[in-house]
Design a protein around this ligand. Sequence first.
Ligand code: NAD
Length: 293
Amino acid sequence: MDVIGFIGLGNMGGPMAANLVKAGYKVLGFDLVEQLRSAAAQTGVEIVSDLVSAVSAADIVITMLPHGRAVVAVWSEALPKARPGALFIDSSTIDVASARNVHSLAAAAGFAALDAPVSGGTGGAAAGTLTFMCGGEDIAFARAQPILAHMGKKIVLCGGAGSGQAAKICNNMILGATMIATAEGFVLAEKLGLSHQALFDVASTSSGQSWSLTTYCPVPGPVPTSPANRDYVPGFATALMLKDMKLSQDAAASSGADTPLSALAAAMFAEFDQSGAGGVDFSGIIRMIRMGE
Ligand code: NAD
């Protein structure tokens, strides 16, 4: 059975590594934070003292890190120490340029690589029901698939290097703009004396339907499991949505895509974040929209 080196044992990486242990893999884990190393050890991850020790004995290296700079730094240090034939997988959400950069670094060092960002949040990471969006060669995807299947339910190959990250940020750009449009719909309904439930009943079965409405409804009531019913405790925190909106706008700028609606959505999430709401669910932006009245 493959030995897995897992770098980054935070909110997502911790439970993902735990699911690999449950599936019977030997997982060598490393994080910069001592408290997270101890927490991962409790789930059966074998904690090693540094990055190189996690990588040099691994057949599969998985990184789950905060941003592109960290992924480039970790892969640059890890690749020269990796076992011949090892496969590198990055599941962080990062910019497409950094994703393509680490694919090139891996290829130059003779290693197969896959970008494999996820959706599904910390709940999906704990339950092993994440969606993986992958970019890379078919052969790397085929090798990664059975391992990713222990952490996720849906695993999609989107194309070549960086395509997983591209799919992730395009999806989340749609999500960010759709949530704001949905929130504006409810705020207008309030002004017009239309009940939340009436708008929901019509829009959820009409052309206004979306995931933001039917799963993450930004007002309490119509969807009892949405964060609006628990005072906008995330869920998906505004700071993470803002990160993804910024990545989408950077990608739009560098590729020459015109995305004015999403640019405005990104600016609105930045304003909401700056108001101290970074830890609030992103659907809570309806409060800022209401206050703008
Ligand atoms: P996190 O901050 O909880 O975890 C990242 C971990 O990486 C931290 O524990 C940090 O100490 C560690 N780290 C950073 N540099 C390191 C290094 N050089 N060596 C070893 N460890 C290092 O973040 P998270 O919520 O687990 O998210 C991880 C990634 O997944 C991010 O890119 C995020 O955008 C993405 N993501 C998060 C969610 C979510 O709901 N939290 C959902 C989907 C995708």
